[in-house]
Design a binder for this molecule. Structure first.
Ligand code: MN
Length: 713
C-alpha cells in the first residue's frame, strides 16, 4: 500500500521546492473522514485516495492536485462539507474536489454510441480547472486497476464508460501512457478471451521478438550511422488495445498481429527525416500506399512525422516512423496527436485551437516555476461557446451558450417546442428564458393550450428554434389575415347587395385571385387582410365577372355628366316637368314599376320615389311632393321583399322557389323560421321587373296548398 511518504518523496523529485505541509494535512483529514470505511477488496478506504494522489505525482502534478487527489471522495462518500474543505485547504482545492464529485454524479447513458463524444465535451465544458480532469483520470485508473472486486455487470458498465469517455480524455490531455493503461484494462474486462490470447502470444514470442527488434535496430543503425550521427532507434510492440483494434480494422487473426512491430527513428533535423526515409526504402521494400508525409502536411493537431511500412528482413511487415526530437516531444506528450486520429475522425477548427492550447498547457505544466501563472492557464474555459445538458434519460445534448429550455424543447421535436409551457431543471421549475448550465438535467413540460410567442424570439439561441417560432407566427398571422380578408370581402359584397354562398370555393373570386397573380383565394384574402390590396380593387374585378356593370362614379364631374345623360331616364320614371331629375327609390317602401307612386324633392339628392300610400310621405312638407309617372320602356329590376306564412311542411320552400323561377324572378335572399305554433314563416328578397310580375308571383304562391298568407314587407 502507498504511504504518505511515497507521495511526498516522489513529488520532491520533480518539484524540489514544494511545500508538502498541505499534503500532510490533507492526509490526516482524509484518514479521519474515511475512518472505518473499506474498499470492496476489504482494504481500508484510505488506500484509494493515497493511490490516486500517488498517480498524480507520477503525472508530475502540482501540490494542489495531489491534495485534491487525497480529498477527492470526501464529499461524495463522507460527512465532509465543501465549505470545510474550502476553509481548510483553500478555494482551488475545494473547486477541484467539487468538480470531481460532479463528474462522478453525472447520469451517463452509454446505450447510445454518439453520446460519448458529447459526454467528453460536457466534462471539458464543466471544467473550469483542467486539474479536475486529471484527478478524475487518476481516480479512474485506480478504480480500473481494482475493478476485479466488482460484480461482472458492474465491471462491464464501468469498463465501457472508461473506454468511451475517460481513455479518450486521457489521450486528449496528452497523457498517452494513461490512455493505453485504461484501454488495456478495458479490453481485459470487455473482451477477456482476446485479451488473454494477445497476452499469451506476446509472452510466448517475447524472446523471438526481442531478438528481432535487436536485429532490425542493428541493421538500421549500421546503415544510418554511416551517413548520420546521433540517431536513436526505438522498437516496441503496440499496446494490447491497439493490437486489438488493428485486428478488427485490418481483419487480421491473432497470429498475424504478434509480428506487428513498430520502430521509431529519431533524428536531429527535418532534412535528415527524408534522407533516412530514402535509406530505409532502399533496404526494405515499402508497402504500397502506406507512406504518409505528416511533415509537409501536419495533422490538424500539429502532429508531424513520416510514416512508412516496409517488408522486413524476415518477410514481415514493420511500421516505421521517422521524426525529429522536436516532433517526437509533441507526439510523445500525446498532446492531442493521437486522440481524434485513432478514432478515425477529423478534428474541427475549434478542436485545433483547444489542442494548441492544451499542448501549451502541458508543456508549461512540466516547469511549474510560477504557480500563479499556471493557475491562470488551467482555469481557462475549455469550451467557452457551448453548453452541455442532459435529458431526463441521461442523453447529452449540446447547445450554444445562453440557450434556454425552449431551445431544448425544439431540439427534441418542433411540436414539443410549440407546446412547451415550462421546464424543470434539476427538478426545480425554471422560467422559459432560463439559461441552461453545463450538467443541468432538463425536463420539458408541455401543454396543449400553449403556443409559440413572439417574445420567445428575444431569448432563444438556436437557429432551429428561431426559425420554427418565426414560421409558426407567420402561419398564425396568415390565418388571422385570411379571416379578416374574408370579412372585408363579405362587407364589400354586402354593400353592393351581393352575397356569395361560399366565398372560399367561388369560381369568380378564384378568377379574381388569379388576376392579381395569387395562387389561391386564401392568398388573395390574406393579402386583403394584410391591407396590401383593397376591397375596392377586388370588387372592381369581381363585379364584371358576376355579370354586374361597373358603378358610375359619384365624383363631382361625373355627377354633372350623369345629370346631363339622365334625359333618357334609365330609371324608368319621369318627373312631371323635370326631365333630367336625379331619381332614387325610397328604401322604406320599395316602390315597383306600375305601382301608384309619388316623388319627394330632397335637398341636394334629387327626387325620392315613394309609394303613394307610404306613411313617410304623409309626414313631409307637401310643397315638395311632386307627381311622377312610370315610363313604359323601363327595363331595370327592382327589389321586393315577401313574407310567406305557411304550414310547417317539408317541400314548401322548394315549391315557392319553383314559382319564382317560373315567373323569372331572381331570389336574392331567403330565410325560413318556424314559429312556436308549428307554422313556417319564410322571408324572400327577390328581383322583379315591375309590380305586375310581383302580383303574379304573389298570386301563384297564395294558391299553394299549405300557404296561409303572402305579404309584401
Ligand atoms: Mn475515487
Amino acid at each position: 500500500m502507498i504511504r504518505l511518504n511515497d507521495i511526498t518523496s516522489q513529488l520532491i523529485i520533480y518539484h524540489p521546492k514544494a511545500d508538502t505541509s498541505l499534503i500532510e494535512k490533507a492526509y490526516v483529514y482524509s484518514a479521519k473522514v474515511h475512518k472505518g470505511q473499506v474498499r470492496l477488496s476489504g482494504v481500508p478506504y484510505l488506500s484509494h485516495p493515497l493511490e490516486v494522489a500517488y498517480l498524480l505525482t507520477e503525472m508530475k502534478m502540482d501540490v494542489i492536485s495531489v491534495v485534491a487527489g487525497l480529498l477527492h471522495d470526501t464529499i461524495e462518500d463522507t460527512d465532509a462539507e465543501l465549505s470545510e474543505i474550502k476553509r481548510l485547504f483553500g478555494k482551488e482545492t475545494a473547486n477541484i474536489v467539487d468538480g470531481v464529485t460532479k463528474i462522478s454524479k453525472m447520469p451517463f447513458d452509454n446505450s447510445e454510441e454518439r453520446q460519448a463524444e458529447n459526454m467528453r465535451k460536457m466534462i471539458l465544458a464543466m471544467t473550469t480547472d483542467i486539474r479536475v480532469i486529471l484527478v478524475k483520470l487518476a481516480d479512474r485508473l485506480h478504480n480500473m486497476r481494482t475493478l476485479g472486486f466488482h460484480v461482472p455487470e458492474k465491471q462491464i458498465s464501468i469498463a465501457k464508460e472508461t473506454l468511451d469517455i475517460y481513455a479518450p480524455l486521457a489521450g486528449r490531455m496528452g497523457i498517452y501512457w494513461l490512455k493505453s493503461s485504461l484501454e488495456d484494462l478495458c479490453l481485459y474486462y470487455l473482451e477477456h478471451e482476446i485479451y488473454e490470447k494477445i497476452r499469451a502470444g506476446i509472452a510466448a514470442r517475447s524472446g523471438a521478438r526481442e531478438n528481432f527488434i535487436r536485429d532490425v535496430k542493428k541493421l538500421l543503425s549500421e546503415r544510418l550511422e554511416k551517413a548520420k550521427t546521433g540517431i536513436t532507434i526505438k522498437g516496441r510492440h503496440k499496446h494490447f488495445y491497439s493490437i486489438y483494434t488493428k485486428m478488427k480494422d485490418q481483419n487480421l487473426n491473432v497470429d498475424q498481429v504478434y509480428d506487428l512491430l513498430a520502430f521509431r527513428v529519431i533524428v536531429n533535423s527535418l532534412k535528415e527525416c527524408y534522407e533516412v526515409l530514402g535509406i530505409i526504402h532502399s533496404m526494405w521494400k515499402p508497402v504500397l500506399g502506406r507512406f504518409k508525409d505528416y511533415i509537409s502536411l501536419p495533422k490538424a493537431n500539429m502532429y508531424q512525422s513520416l510514416h512508412t511500412s516496409v517488408i522486413g528482413p524476415l518477410g514481415q511487415r514493420m511500421e516505421i516512423q521517422i521524426r525529429t526530437w522536436e516532433m517526437d516531444k509533441v507526439a510523445e506528450e500525446g498532446i492531442a496527436a493521437h486522440w481524434k486520429y485513432k478514432e478515425g475522425l477529423l478534428a474541427d477548427k475549434t478542436d485545433q485551437k483547444q489542442f494548441a492550447w492544451l499542448r501549451q498547457l502541458l508543456e508549461w505544466q512540466k516547469n511549474l516555476r510560477d504557480p500563479k501563472e499556471f493557475i491562470e492557464m488551467v482555469q481557462m474555459d475549455l469550451f467557452p461557446n457551448e453548453v452541455y445538458v442532459f435529458t431526463p434519460k441521461g442523453a447529452v445534448k449540446e447547445f450554444p451558450k445562453g440557450a434556454t429550455p425552449v431551445d431544448f424543447a425544439y431540439s427534441i421535436h418542433s411540436e414539443v417546442g410549440e407546446k412547451c409551457s415550462g421546464a424543470r431543471v434539476n427538478n426545480k421549475m425554471v422560467p422559459l428564458r432560463y439559461q441552461m448550465k453545463n450538467g443541468d438535467i432538463v425536463e420539458i413540460i408541455t401543454s396543449s393550450k400553449q403556443h409559440p410567442r413572439k417574445d420567445w424570439l428575444d431569448f432563444v439561441k438556436t437557429s432551429r428554434a428561431k426559425s420554427k417560432i418565426r414560421h409558426w407566427i407567420k402561419n398564425q398571422e396568415r390565418d388571422e389575415s385570411i379571416i379578416l380578408g374574408r370579412s372585408i370581402l363579405e362587407k364589400g359584397l354586402e354593400q353592393s347587395n351581393l352575397t356569395l354562398p361560399n366565398i372560399m370555393k367561388n369560381e369568380q373570386v378564384s378568377a379574381v385571385a388569379k388576376d392579381f397573380s395569387f395562387h389561391s383565394i386564401e392568398d388573395l384574402l390574406a393579402s386583403m387582410g394584410y391591407g396590401k390590396i383593397s376591397v375596392n380593387q377586388v370588387m372592381g374585378r369581381l363585379k364584371p365577372k358576376l355579370g354586374i356593370e361597373e358603378e358610375i362614379h359619384t365624383g363631382l364631374v361625373s355627377k354633372v355628366v350623369s345629370r346631363l345623360t339622365r334625359k333618357k331616364s334609365t330609371r324608368g320614371i319621369k318627373v312631371k316637368g323635370l326631365d333630367d331629375m336625379l331619381v332614387r327609390f325610397a328604401k322604406c317602401c320599395h316602390p315597383l314599376p306600375g305601382e301608384h307612386v309619388i316623388g319627394f324633392i330632397t335637398r341636394g339628392r334629387g327626387v325620392t320615389i315613394h309609394k303613394y300610400d307610404c306613411r313617410h310621405i304623409l309626414d313631409v312638407d307637401q310643397e315638395r311632393v311632386v307627381e311622377v309617372l312610370w315610363e313604359p320602356s323601363a327595363q331595370d329590376v327592382y327589389l321586393a321583399s315577401l313574407k310567406v306564412t305557411s304550414l310547417d311542411k317539408k317541400g314548401i320552400l322548394a315549391d315557392i322557389s319553383a314559382i319564382m323561377a317560373q315567373k323569372d324572378a331572381n331570389i336574392i335572399q331567403a330565410e325560413v323560421k318556424t314559429t312556436t305554433d308549428k307554422k313556417g314563416v319564410s322571408f324572400f328578397t327577390i328581383e322583379v321587373e315591375d309590380y305586375k310580375q310581383l302580383e303574379g308571383i304573389m298570386g301563384a304562391i297564395k294558391k299553394l296548398k299549405d300557404v296561409l298568407l303572402v305579404e309584401r314587407i
